[in-house]
Design a protein around this ligand. Structure first.
Ligand code: HPA
Length: 277
């Protein structure tokens, strides 16, 4: 299949699970690691965790792997890392997220998760930077995702594929995270399409329908992870209070800065959680 003429996932006849299997084979070949146990997608503010969880065995550009797209955003590192954990388990760190707002379709958005599953991973850790609705969540606060509201009006599932999403964000894994950091709060993540931030009215709507965190990723990926039979742990770094909850305007610079300030602390926390899995 040509990669220059057409992205393999843009061909409607392509089977996304076959593309993911090809990607997993590329990862095995390039890293020399046949199977992985745990996969982590590191969003804004979480990247340093990759340096802390274990010994990096291989670090490859994601664009060398079938089906991965170039990162759209500076600050999102487009690499895949194979890490040997102290426990002897293997972690695949995905530093290349394709966002739904890029407009490449949901197949490309969830390709990394399907690839992680095809490498053998049974636990998927999804992290992001997001806006907070609870006023006591100061920028820099990490929170567990307990459930989600998917407001993209889209799904990674195709056809009559009915997948149960009860306990999508594993209570078992949240329990392990809380045993490491008892102060961790949790909330319902709400995925919007983006890339615009929400209006204050949208944030009030989220609040009234039971959401606590607003962002532009994760929910679609979590659904794909569940379809693949993985256990999901979701964590958000609150980079700002959501629009209208904070009185000042939102900016990408503010989000990045909050991520940089919080990064050492939340990365160390995530490393300790991974160590306990
Ligand atoms: N809304 C949506 N996405 C975000 C936000 C937000 O307030 N902050 C960081 N990512």
């Amino acid at each position: 299949m040509s990669t220059t003429l057409q992205h393999p996932l843009d061909d409607p006849r392509a089977d996304p699970f076959e593309v993911a299997a090809a990607a997993a084979a590329d990862i095995a070949e390039r890293t020399g690691v046949e199977r992985h146990d745990i996969a982590l997608t590191l969003g804004s503010g979480w990247a340093k965790a990759a340096d802390l969880i274990g010994e990096t065995v291989a670090n490859i550009p994601a664009t060398d792997v079938t089906g991965f797209s170039k990162p759209a955003l500076a600050g999102h590192v487009g690499s895949l890392r194979s890490i040997l954990l102290p426990s002897g388990k293997r972690a695949l760190v995905i530093g290349a997220r394709t966002h739904y707002y890029e407009g490449h379709g949901v197949r490309r958005v969830v390709h990394s998760v399907r690839t992680a599953a095809a490498t053998g991973a049974t636990i998927m850790i999804l992290t992001n930077g997001a806006g907070g609705i609870k006023p006591n969540w100061m920028p820099g606060t990490p929170v567990l995702i307990s459930d989600h509201l998917n407001l993209t009006a889209d799904s990674p599932l195709e056809g009559a594929t009915f997948v149960d999403l009860t306990d999508l964000y594993s209570a078992r894994l949240r329990g392990i995270a809380k045993s490491i950091e008892p102060g961790l709060d949790e909330g319902v993540y709400t995925q919007f399409r983006g890339p615009h931030y929400e209006t204050p009215a949208e944030v009030q709507m989220v609040k009234s329908i039971g959401g606590h965190i607003v962002g532009m990723s994760t929910a679609l990926e979590a659904i794909a992870a569940r379809q693949a039979g993985m256990e999901v742990l979701g964590m958000s770094l609150i980079t700002n209070l959501a629009a209208g909850i904070q009185t000042t305007p939102l900016s990408h610079a503010e989000v990045l800065e909050a991520g940089q300030v919080a990064e050492p602390v939340i990365s160390a926390l995530l490393a300790r959680i991974v160590g306990a899995l």
